[in-house]
Design a protein around this ligand. Structure first.
Ligand code: SER
Length: 566
């Protein structure tokens, strides 16, 4: 079975069970500031898992592109990758354990025809926060599943994805010992103090990895031999004139390159460019690791030549087809930049290790931090020259720095949407006012939102406009927003079909694939937008003055404004 067929069958199955398909969202989360990337299909649904009504109802499903970089070092074996597609179905306060487990069982055994003897499951063992999940185990028993284990929180609990947010016990499904599906019963919200507070509604959040299932169904024993990777592997083979599967070292190298270039392509397609912080840094790291490994294959091609393979696997992703040139450009640029620093770094490396038996920790960290040397490269260069490199000591040094930056990051993302939704909600409502104020002040009705990111501390809005705004214009925009807030206008939400929303003059980025039913938020007679975020009920709930703190270019033809409430 091909990847596309599996996705089609999954969506059709859940639609037949009363679910509505939601869009495959960006890898850069809009509704969940607690994480850098979308790591599961549930991220765009955080507000709805916490109780806000979703315009498409209480049963949803989709296929979602995801990135998990937590075990980037593990990539290289047949099963790990940083980019993957997740099939998911959700109940937002609708069905719970019985239906969820039955749906999964029916899909696996009837649709995919997996013999039930191959299925084993695990359930939550229980602890002080939540009782043992006997209920799920009983449901599995009623389906004649014999292999049931109870495991603690480390294994059978999912979330929150960031520090705070929705979470709960889960039941995991294994085929021949490989985990393929996770049904999470999200009924708690973990707060800043680490307490699990029961949610007003009991939700189901499931996730199944496309690559793993495809590999199991087709019995390949290697995810990289499925159509989720094959076109990139074939290109690497052709360009390097080496064969996949011939020896362990080259095979591993090819997997790393294939995974990293695929992940990098999607991250670029979702609007990120290589940089030194947050998503940009992860992107840089992926490309640089891939470059480092490609040198081992002979380095006689540019990694940007592999983007074609990504496109061949995912032709239905418009973000890839539309941005192909941009992806190729960014990968090439970063590759060239890295090769240049690599040269400088190698000179420094030679100086630092001259007449030495061992490289000092601070020196290896300098190469890593300032010259972008992946740890594998330091290791390899030391080995070549017979110099001792202690990975443990190096990791200790990294941990000290990681701890520092983690503290900084946590400060930054402190109390994400889940916990401090008041602040986020106020800022989110302000971003509607800002967008409309921009249209009015700049007298440009074609302005739409091109991107948004909101933390409890500030809003960030990207919009199409082709020049810098003057100080006067910015002042005028601020004033217009604050005047609306002072008027204490009412914010109302109405559900309607996308067509009716358009007829009513609601604004939205129609390049986004909205569902057939959408939520339209109207603020007095000032603004009307299609939106899915959280909003205040009256503008008087916005406590303070709206203030623009930065206006800059985001990319060609797109400006970026950061604003706060003071
Ligand atoms: N959020 C859960 C997971 O990622 C189920 O999708 O495993």
């Amino acid at each position: 079975m091909r990847r596309k067929e599996l996705i089609k069958r999954y969506i059709q199955f859940f639609i037949s069970k009363g679910h509505k398909e939601i869009k495959n969202s960006s890898l850069i989360p809009e509704n969940d500031p607690t994480v850098l990337f979308t790591t599961a299909g549930m991220h765009p649904l955080v507000p709805y898992l916490l109780g806000q009504p979703h315009a498409l109802g209480k049963r949803l499903c989709n296929v979602q592109r995801c990135i998990r970089t937590g075990d980037i070092e593990e990539v290289g074996d047949p099963f790990h990758h940083t980019f993957f597609e997740m099939l998911g179905n959700w109940s937002l306060g609708d069905y719970f354990k019985k239906e969820s487990i039955n749906f999964s069982f029916e899909f696996l055994t009837k649709e995919l025809k997996i013999p039930k003897e191959k299925i084993s499951v695990t359930c939550f063992k229980g602890d002080k926060d939540c009782p043992k999940d006997e209920e799920s185990a009983k449901i599995w028993e009623s389906l004649n599943i014999k292999n049931i284990k109870f495991l603690p929180k480390e294994d059978n609990w999912w979330g929150p994805a960031g520090k705070t947010g929705p979470c709960g016990p889960d039941t995991e499904i294994f085929i021949d010992g490989i985990e393929i599906w996770n049904n999470v019963f999200m009924q708690y919200n973990k707060n800043e103090n680490g307490n699990y507070i029961p949610l007003t509604q009991k939700n189901v959040d499931t996730g199944m990895g496309v690559e793993r299932v495809i590999s199991i169904i087709n019995n390949t024993g290697d995810n990289y031999l499925t159509d989720c990777f094959k076109p990139i592997i074939l290109l690497i083979e052709k360009k390097s004139e080496k064969n996949y599967g011939k020896n362990e070292k080259d095979t591993r190298t090819m997997r790393i390159i294939a995974d990293h270039i695929k992940a990098a392509s999607f991250i670029i397609a979702d609007g990120i460019t290589p940089g030194n912080k947050e998503q940009g840094y992860i992107l840089r790291r992926l490309i640089r690791r891939a470059v480092k490994y490609s040198r081992e294959l002979g380095n006689n091609f540019s990694l940007s030549e592999l983007v074609e393979g990504v496109y061949q696997i995912y032709p239905e992703y418009e973000i890839i087809s539309k941005n192909k040139e941009k992806i190729i450009y960014e990968i090439k640029e970063e590759e060239e930049k890295f090769l240049k620093t690599l040269e400088k770094g190698m000179n420094l490396f030679k100086k630092l290790t001259e007449n030495k038996k061992e490289i000092e920790c601070k020196d290896s960290f300098l190469l890593y931090q300032s010259y972008g040397f992946p740890v594998e490269l330091i290791e390899e260069e030391c080995k070549k020259r017979g110099i001792i490199f202690s990975k443990e000591k190096f990791e200790e040094e990294c941990n000290i720095h990681k701890e520092l930056s983690r503290t900084a990051t946590q400060g930054k993302f402190k109390s994400g949407l889940a916990d401090n939704s008041e602040k986020t909600t106020q800022l989110h409502t302000c971003s509607h006012l800002l967008l409309e104020a921009l249209r009015k002040v700049l007298k440009d009705n074609s302005i739409i939102q091109k991107g948004s990111n909101i933390t409890p501390d500030r809003l960030r809005l990207d919009f199409n406009f082709d020049r810098k705004l003057t100080d006067e214009e910015l002042k005028e925009v601020e004033l217009l927003v604050n005047t609306q807030i002072e008027k204490n206008l009412e914010v109302t939400r109405k559900e309607m079909s996308l067509n009716d929303a358009k007829k009513e003059g609601a604004r939205g980025n129609f390049e986004d694939r909205y569902g057939e039913r959408v939520s339209v938020y109207t603020i007095g007679n000032f603004s009307k937008e299609i939106c899915a975020g959280p909003h205040v009920k009256r503008l008087g709930e916005i406590k303070g003055k709206f203030k623009i703190i930065k206006e800059e270019s985001s990319s060609a033809g797109v400006r970026r404004i950061k604003a706060i409430i003071t």
